[in-house]
Design a protein around this ligand. Structure first.
Ligand SMILES: Cc1cc2nc3c(=O)[nH]c(=O)nc-3n(C[C@H](O)[C@H](O)[C@H](O)COP(=O)(O)OP(=O)(O)OC[C@H]3O[C@@H](n4cnc5c(N)ncnc54)[C@H](O)[C@@H]3O)c2cc1C
Length: 428
């Protein structure tokens, strides 16, 4: 009997809403669609497929949202991971507009699922992007104008005292604030999706690692104890894909990212740090991101590594980034520190596609997956049902393989990341 997987220790697991347990797959099953992976991509696919009348079996190697979906910063921000200006330059204005519209719909879809399934996950509104370097602040000034004029986004450039007050820090030179983005408790959002999927008739299995699937149609998907024969397969494994599908593994790079949560702060401290209760991130390549939790802790993400191991002391590893911006928290107790693995792509844009006719995949959200992974499930369900136009908007984003493929991609990536980390640290 394989060992039963446990969640890692984090603020999220400590504050998780009641969890359902799902049995490991045993024996031979059949379904219309077999979804592999129980994070947002898999859960959203399962919900949207079940709502269209498909019989769905979802297989999760560990526990529901054991991966990035249960560990992330909870920031659910508008658009794609790359700025619209860059998308316009690369793909032309019309295609960039389509990508923007999908990126807005992604956040709407998260809100709609939360409302429809009454998911308790500390959903809040608003985002501040802030730059510590003057050159980045200047860029935000033009960006805010562009987003207002070309996309009608209700956003503002902020600087000086107003910015210091909004961010609770004097570290920033300029930024963009808007109130259409959202933030939430990521694990509770995912657990709510799982409960909704179960109510819709999806058969969910935890502790059910897929070891292989056939190249035939219908496909037989195998775990250690059972199998699912299905017409369609959805690959939803993101940074934990491993060797399951070598044909796409080289398009993504799994990297580790880390978060801490302080003790609950006083009402006065919360007001000083974040008077509008926004989620925030900075303009660095290795991005820092932070927000207040539902119970008033500072939740701060910063620092990455590219090895298979997490730092031994994650709290101290992240705390130095926190104190760069918030020295006033030097005395705050750090209650939790944890890490997770996400998948990035070469161009930091997601990787959607299909293999053979019947295997769909979406991954490589590059740190922008709360909303885009949720959207991916909706678009995959549309494509399985035969209407792939919107899936194809995402699928035609070019996703080159990392040089060196799966074996040699590490050295190149590490050199690239270190170069950007040094640039982040160089002054204005
Ligand atoms: C520390 C951190 C902070 C982040 N912050 C943010 C943020 O603030 N905002 C944002 O938008 N994004 C953020 N992200 C990224 C975001 O969390 C991911 O993009 C998103 O959760 C991806 O969802 P997913 O379902 O595709 O993958 P995951 O949630 O990683 O789920 C994949 C699942 O597949 C399972 N699996 C893998 N292989 C198999 C197999 N062979 N058989 C069965 N199951 C398998 C895994 O166990 C895992 O549970 C962050 C990520 C991390 C790690």
């Amino acid at each position: 009997m394989p060992a039963v997987a446990q969640y890692i220790e984090s603020y999220y697991t400590a504050s998780a809403n009641r969890q359902l347990d799902f049995p490991a797959l045993a024996g031979a099953h059949t379904a219309d669609v077999c979804v592999i992976g129980g994070g947002y991509t898999g859960l959203s696919s399962a919900i949207h497929l079940a709502e269209r009348g498909y019989r769905v079996v979802l297989l999760e190697a560990e526990r529901i949202a054991w991966g990035a979906s249960g560990r992330n910063g909870g920031q659910c921000t508008l658009g794609q991971r790359q700025p619209q200006e860059e998308l316009e330059q690369r793909f032309g204005k019309e295609e960039a507009r389509r990508l923007w519209d999908l990126g807005v719909e992604a956040v709407d879809t998260v809100r709609e699922l939360i409302q429809r399934f009454n998911i308790q996950c500390d959903l809040k509104r608003g985002n501040l992007q802030a730059a510590a370097k003057q050159s980045d602040a200047n860029w935000y000034r033009g960006h805010a104008d562009h987003m207002r004029n070309a996309y009608g986004l209700d956003c503002r450039f902020v600087e000086g005292e107003e910015l210091a007050c909004l961010a609770g820090s004097t570290a920033f030179k300029g930024g963009l604030v808007e109130h259409e983005s959202a933030h939430l408790h990521p694990l509770n959002y995912a657990l709510g999706l799982a409960a909704a999927a179960a109510r819709l008739g999806v058969e969910l299995h935890e502790n059910s690692r897929v070891t292989a699937y056939d190249a035939a149609s219908p496909t037989c998907v195998r775990t250690g104890q059972g199998s699912v024969t299905a017409q369609f397969v959805v690959l939803a494994c993101n940074g934990y894909l491993g060797r399951l599908e070598p044909r796409i593994a080289g398009k993504i790079m799994p990297i580790n990212n880390f978060i801490l949560a302080t003790e609950p702060l006083s009402a006065g401290q919360q007001q000083q740090l974040n008077p509008q209760d926004l989620c925030m991130f900075d303009a660095k390549f290795v991005v820092n991101y932070w927000k207040l939790t539902g119970d008033g802790r500072m939740l701060f993400g910063g620092g990455e590594n590219y090895t298979r191991r997490f730092p031994a002391d994650i709290k101290s590893f992240v705390r130095k980034y926190l104190l760069d911006f918030y020295p006033q928290l030097a005395a705050a107790r750090i209650d939790y520190g944890w890490g997770g693995t996400l998948a990035v792509t070469m161009n930091r844009l997601p990787c959607f596609g299909r293999l053979q006719p019947d295997v769909f995949y979406a991954l490589g959200y590059s740190g922008h997956g709360v909303q885009i992974a949720t959207l991916a499930g909706k678009l995959i369900a549309e494509a399985v049902a035969g209407t792939a136009e919107r899936f194809d908007v995402m699928a035609r984003i070019p996703t080159p393989k990392f040089p060196g493929g799966t074996l040699l991609r590490w050295p190149g990536l590490v050199v690239g990341m270190l170069y950007h980390a040094i640039k982040d640290r160089i002054g204005s």
